[in-house]
Design a protein around this ligand. Structure first.
Ligand code: I3S
Length: 126
C-alpha cells in the first residue's frame, strides 16, 4: 500500500493493443483464436477489451464489459512451445486459465512481460 504499484484501480498502469489468445479455460483446452485486444494492466488484474481504444476508455455500457483476469497466483512466462509466433508470453491463472499475449514488437511485449510479472508477484498481498 502506498508503494509505486499502488495506483488507483481505475487508472491502468499501462495499456496498449496486443494479440491475445485464450487457449485453456479451467484446465480445458480451447481452440486457439488470436484476436487483437486492448489490454489494460491494473495493480492486480488484466483487462481485455474487445472494442477499440476509444470505446474502451468510455466503456460504461452494461453487457460490454471487459474480460478480467485475476493475477493473484498467476504465472507469467515466455513460451516458444505454445505458438509459432515470435515474442509470446503465457499467463496461467490460479483457476487454470491460460492466455497467450504476443506482439511483433519486442520492446512492447517485453515491457508487458515485466509489468504483468511484477503485478502478479505483488497481487496477493492486498
Ligand atoms: O497451436 P495451434 O493449434 O497449432 O495454433 C494454430 C491454430 O490455432 C491455427 O488455426 P486452426 O488450426 O484452428 O485453423 C491458427 O491459424 C494459428 O495461428 C495457430 O498457431 P500459432 O502458431 O499462430 O499460434
Amino acid at each position: 500500500i502506498g508503494g509505486p504499484g499502488g495506483a488507483e484501480l481505475s487508472v491502468p498502469l499501462q495499456s496498449t493493443y496486443l494479440n491475445k489468445a485464450k487457449i485453456v479455460e479451467g484446465g480445458k483446452k480451447l481452440r486457439k483464436n488470436w484476436t487483437s485486444a486492448w489490454v489494460a494492466l491494473g495493480s492486480d488484474h488484466l483487462l481485455f477489451y474487445k472494442e477499440s481504444k476509444q470505446e474502451a476508455l468510455v466503456n460504461m455500457k452494461p453487457g460490454n464489459r471487459p474480460e478480467e483476469v485475476d493475477l493473484c497466483g498467476a504465472m507469467v512466462e515466455w513460451t516458444k512451445e505454445k505458438s509459432s509466433r515470435k515474442h509470446v508470453i503465457q499467463i496461467t491463472t490460479s483457476v487454470g486459465d491460460e492466455y497467450l499475449l504476443q506482439s511483433d514488437d519486442y520492446p512492447t511485449i517485453s515491457k508487458w512481460h515485466s509489468a504483468i510479472k511484477m503485478a502478479a508477484d505483488r497481487s496477493c498481498s492486498g
